[in-house]
Write a protein that binds this ligand. Structure first.
Ligand code: C2O
Ligand code: CU
Length: 479
């Protein structure tokens, strides 16, 4: 049986040079203007859209004065370009690794075959190119993201800046009725609660995310909101913000600084049933949420603040994360009243499983197992079959430590949260869900389209420090 983590690499090609044109730079935007990652342009090869990503290293000398911080990015030195895809599109991703160390690239939330998923088995050796090809088959309009997923190295590589957004258009009328002009009224917001240690490196251990151990920074699209509030001016009366929490460990609560309401239109895995008026939104690591701000209703700029909460401690700080203004003079059109229809999965005959997330000191466990090595089809792998409907109870039995639960391949529906029926965004599809200490979340899902008897999906806590410390198991969908 194949073993991962032994240096075996899969589906490699010889390295080709990729032009780095879509640079995102860390913390150097002038005048407080929010930097916006470029859209990645595809080249067409006989009807296949080919997206080239070059994982590369860089340095930053401006984020913390006197410190030269190592960074990494895709097609630039921090973060990566946005990949915009449409259901039915044939695509190939050519990922070249120029990091000087092994990496992988996982398409978080994408419904894709296990051999193309970019988990720990899809190692890309330094200097090599990995080229997964697929037809986009998501079925939902959603905001996904891509990031490394090596066994035990995810936190290190994500902390350096290896993360980018992926936007899926499902062709629905509802998605088209929402703001969808990228960079104009449809804006990516990559939030990172990060910290720079006294040694001048991005923190990757939980105990370095404190003001005494490190310089805390809240980054928005690579710009430090800790130092100057990013500003965004749009020409529309309404703007859609695609929020991603790309932090290693911290949950982020987003609210307007005037406490007024705003509208959520999508969870991390799809549009909500209908627009949801909220006054704050907590987003755990790895999660996304789409919100719409009505700008013509406000006389002044709409200001958003982010309250950062370490998953082990209390509130750490509030950052003024974004100030959005509009040059539009007429009121925005109404939002559609219905955004999505979701067919409830029939779990009457579902296979049921329980996953208990716990810790023994720094060792992070699922059902008592630390998934720090993974053998295909070993005793720890969760085995299911193509087409199966399953219902899982996820319990956080740690004291005072938040965990969250992310499943690869398919989104899930939420049956209950701490014993109560789901409300708000939890009535939509999700792929990541926070589980508070001492509580359980029940989810159900169906494994469709893709099966493989050699390649594995993953299920894990998306506090990526916990993930690296073992809170991850393999999932095999067998044909
Ligand atoms: Cu965002 Cu298994 O990962
Ligand atoms: Cu966790």
């Amino acid at each position: 049986l194949a073993r991962i983590g032994t240096g075996t690499s899969f589906a490699e090609e010889t390295a080709t040079s990729v032009e780095a044109t879509e640079a995102v730079t860390l913390a150097t935007a002038a005048g407080g203007t929010l930097p916006i990652p470029d859209l990645l342009t595809a080249t067409d090869e006989d009807g296949v859209s080919v997206f080239a990503l070059d994982a590369q290293t860089g340095t930053n000398t401006t984020l913390v004065s006197g410190k030269t911080i190592s960074t990494a990015g895709y097609n630039g030195t921090f973060l990566g370009p946005t990949i915009q895809l449409t259901d039915g599109q044939s695509v190939r991703f050519d990922i070249t690794n120029n990091l000087g160390e092994e990496t992988t690239v996982h398409w978080h939330g994408l419904h894709i075959a296990p051999s193309n998923d970019g988990g720990p088995q899809n190692t890309i050796e330094d200097g090599a190119t990995w080229s997964p090809a697929t037809t986009i088959n998501q079925g939902e309009a959603c905001t996904l993201w891509y990031h490394p997923h090596g066994l035990g190295t995810t936190a290190d590589q994500v902390a350096l800046g290896l993360a980018g957004l992926m936007i899926i258009d499902d062709g629905s009328d509802a998605n088209a009725a929402l703001p969808h002009d990228y960079g104009a009224d449809d804006i990516p917001i990559i939030m990172q609660s990060t910290a720079v240690t006294s040694a001048g490196a991005f923190a990757t251990a939980n105990n370095n995310f404190t003001a005494s151990a490190s310089t805390l920074k809240f980054l928005v699209n690579g710009m430090s909101a800790t130092d100057e509030t990013p500003t965004l001016e749009v020409a529309y009366g309404r703007v859609r913000l695609r929020l991603l929490n790309a932090s290693l460990t911290d949950s982020i609560t987003v609210a307007r600084s005037d406490s007024a309401s705003f509208t959520q239109v999508a969870s991390d895995a799809g549009l909500l049933l209908e627009p949801l008026s909220i006054t704050s939104l907590r987003i755990s690591p790895g999660e996304r949420a789409e919100i719409v701000l009505d700008l013509t209703a406000a006389d002044d700029a709409v200001k958003l603040q982010a309250t950062v909460r370490n998953t082990t401690n209390g509130t750490r700080y509030t950052a003024s994360m974004l100030s959005v203004s509009s040059t539009a003079t007429s009121a925005a059109d109404d939002l559609p009243t219905t955004l999505n229809t979701i067919t409830d999965l029939d779990a009457t005959d579902a296979t049921t499983r329980t996953f208990t997330l716990s810790n023994s000191g720094a060792s992070m466990l699922i059902n008592g197992i630390a998934g720090t090595t993974m053998d295909i089809m070993d005793a720890n792998a969760v085995m299911t079959t193509l087409g199966a409907i399953e219902q899982w109870t996820i319990t956080n039995s740690s004291t005072n430590i938040y965990h969250n639960f992310h499943l690869h391949d398919v989104p899930f529906q939420i049956v209950s949260v701490a014993g109560a029926a789901p409300t708000g965004a939890n009535t939509a599809w999700r792929d990541t869900i926070e589980v508070a200490p001492g509580t359980s979340v029940v989810i159900k899902m169906q494994f469709t389209d893709y099966a493989d008897n050699e390649y594995m999906y993953m299920l894990h806590c998306h506090n990526v420090i916990h993930e690296d410390d073992g809170m991850m198991l393999a999932l095999m969908v067998m044909s």
